[in-house]
Design a binder for this molecule. Structure first.
Ligand SMILES: NC(=O)c1ccc[n+]([C@@H]2O[C@H](COP(=O)([O-])OP(=O)(O)OC[C@H]3O[C@@H](n4cnc5c(N)ncnc54)[C@H](OP(=O)(O)O)[C@@H]3O)[C@@H](O)[C@H]2O)c1
Length: 297
């Protein structure tokens, strides 16, 4: 029987464990604080920011928010970032992407204090991750590692094919899974839009991770019997629903589930894990900055 990997359940366990760590920090006068900074009024970004703030409230993390007008000069955003770098109540923060076209997101990331970079995108943190000394693992790849662990997947010597080479999912996940570590030790193939014969790469894998942004690109014919399938994709497709759309992943769930050993659903798979791991990184940031040791899940 195919196991449906329940991201909501795993995320909920992690959040429960984090609540204990947050109480330990608060008792030491160091309640963790997470800030979001949003430039412009992109509705999807506003939704993400609101979700992050709600998540914080639920586990006892202080949330802070800064808005910057979408037509303001880049220096206004840099000023907000400089303030957050100095704010002792903010242990971690997110510079929400996308930023308006006149702002270079890479420059934004470079200005974030690496010690507060709970996304794990700053070049210093990317370098540490590649070197096997991660301070903050980016939230989505870290969440995927936790899902694989929860499903009892033995990665040692496993062939993992990741479809997608983005800086936020594909690349950091590949770097994490090749580390000489208990939650690494895999042999990783990274595919992208120029890959020849994608099916040969996915069929050869024990684990397939789809992080493409193309609705239902990977179907059952592209995987071997028993494959572990992690679907990162979140795509809106038109549908006869109240909202006029439905969410689908990068995997065609029905045909893939017939052959998979275990598979994540969309929604309810990777998404809740990304959110939980942001809380995890915030707690870790607070623990490091305040020098209060806590046990992390
Ligand atoms: N659930 C979550 O928490 C979460 C978090 C992050 C992202 N997501 C979702 O995951 C998906 C991917 O996000 P992302 O930010 O990683 O995407 P991205 O930056 O757009 O990167 C997509 C990657 O897929 C590759 N690609 C595109 N079409 C392809 C094809 N036909 N065959 C093979 N590879 C192809 C691209 O190749 P090139 O590099 O050659 O262009 C690129 O490397 C999106 O649906 C996004 O919404 C979900």
């Amino acid at each position: 029987m195919t196991e449906i990997i329940d991201g909501n359940a795993v995320a909920s366990e992690i959040r429960d464990d984090l609540t204990d760590a947050i109480e330990t920090l608060a008792a030491a006068g160091a309640r963790p604080g997470l800030a979001t900074v949003l430039m412009g009024d992109d509705p999807a970004s506003q939704t993400y920011v609101n979700m992050k703030r709600r998540d914080c409230e639920e586990v006892g993390i202080e949330s802070h928010h800064v808005d910057v007008a979408g037509d303001a000069p880049a220096e206004d955003l840099y000023g907000a970032i400089a303030d957050l770098n100095e704010d002792p109540d903010v242990h971690g923060y997110i510079a929400q992407a996308p930023v308006p076209d006149h702002v270079d997101y890479r420059e934004v990331i470079r200005r974030v204090d690496p010690a507060k970079d709970v996304d794990g995108f700053h070049p210093e943190n990317v370098g540490r991750l590649v070197a096997g000394d991660a301070r903050f693992r980016p939230c989505t790849p870290h969440g995927i590692q936790k899902l694989l662990e929860s499903a009892g997947v033995d990665l040692e010597g496993a062939d993992v094919t990741i479809v997608g080479r983005s800086d936020i999912v594909g690349k950091p996940l590949a770097n994490l899974l090749i580390q000489k570590a208990d939650d690494g030790n895999a042999t990783v193939t990274v595919c992208h839009s120029r890959t020849d014969d994608l099916t040969a790469k996915t069929r050869n894998a024990d684990v397939v991770v789809a992080a493409v942004g193309v609705p239902e690109l990977i179907d059952g014919s592209m995987i071997a019997e028993g494959t572990i399938v992690i679907d990162v994709g979140v795509n809106r497709i038109e549908a006869d629903t109240e909202k006029g759309y439905e969410l689908v992943g990068d995997v065609e769930f029905e045909s893939a589930a017939e052959k998979a050993g275990a598979i994540t659903p969309v929604p309810g798979g990777v998404g809740p894990m990304t959110r939980a791991m942001l809380l995890y990184n915030t707690v870790k940031a607070a623990s490091l900055q305040e020098d209060v040791p806590v046990e992390l899940p």
